[in-house]
Design a protein around this ligand. Sequence first.
Ligand SMILES: Nc1ncnc2c1ncn2[C@@H]1O[C@H](COP(=O)(O)OP(=O)(O)O)[C@@H](O)[C@H]1O
Ligand SMILES: [Mg+2]
Length: 259
Amino acid sequence: MTRMMAFANQKGGVGKTATALGLASAIVELGGQVLLVDADQQGNLTSGLGIELTEGQLTTFDMLRETREGVAADVVVASPWEGVDVIPADDQLAAIEVDGSSDLVFRMQAAFEGLDISAYSAVIFDCPPNLGRVLYSVLIAADGVVAITEPTIDGVRGVGRLDQTIRSVAKRGNPKLVLDKIVVNRRRTTKEHQWREAELRQAYGDVVATTVIPELAARQDAHSEQVPIHKFSRGKALTLQRAYRDLVNELPLTIGALT
Ligand SMILES: Nc1ncnc2c1ncn2[C@@H]1O[C@H](COP(=O)(O)OP(=O)(O)O)[C@@H](O)[C@H]1O
Ligand SMILES: [Mg+2]
């Protein structure tokens, strides 16, 4: 079964988008395919893949405008990255946050209903940095959450709030939802970062991924050139390539023909 995973943290700038792109790159490197869903009105995932939306192109906004089972199939496109399909987004998605429809939070789930996603090793939702209706709609649709955090006090607090949100959604809307992993991103070798990482491991045990993603300029350079990190060779790209590959192996997904 292909797992639908929400990459989330209500705090912005912790690396949700960067990690989604890095892991997609690693999954393809390992021989798999991935579907990325841009669920953030900033559209950083979409632009990070090198996509410029054309007039009339369907986006996550169109997918959530109405409740229609399987509508995701109409919105998926191949991205410029080999092995990566995407449901793109732009700032139009903001309109969904103020849509008063009572069934709004169930629309993401409906959009994927009946869809054959078995060709993908994973479906990854890049979530917005707030606890709004789009995030809830993703949490209703997803099987698991990957919490991305920086080893800082605010990042750690964000994980705590997300953990509470997951419990609440699991109790009231999506009983299967669990916190799959906590990923420490942008780690430097400062005392503060070491302390916060230890604090997370103490609180969440082996839910915290053993693999930590260091803060390296190559991450930003590959992002601004809109290329997969596994196709990027400057700076410390190799360190990041290894880290994302190791991280894939810690996530509950299967790559290749065995799925
Ligand atoms: N491991 C990393 N090393 C260096 N820069 C990173 C790393 N992860 C993310 N960044 C940078 O940090 C900024 C915020 O990351 P982003 O993925 O956009 O965060 P979010 O999606 O959580 O808002 C971006 O400029 C991104 O390139
Ligand atoms: Mg983002």
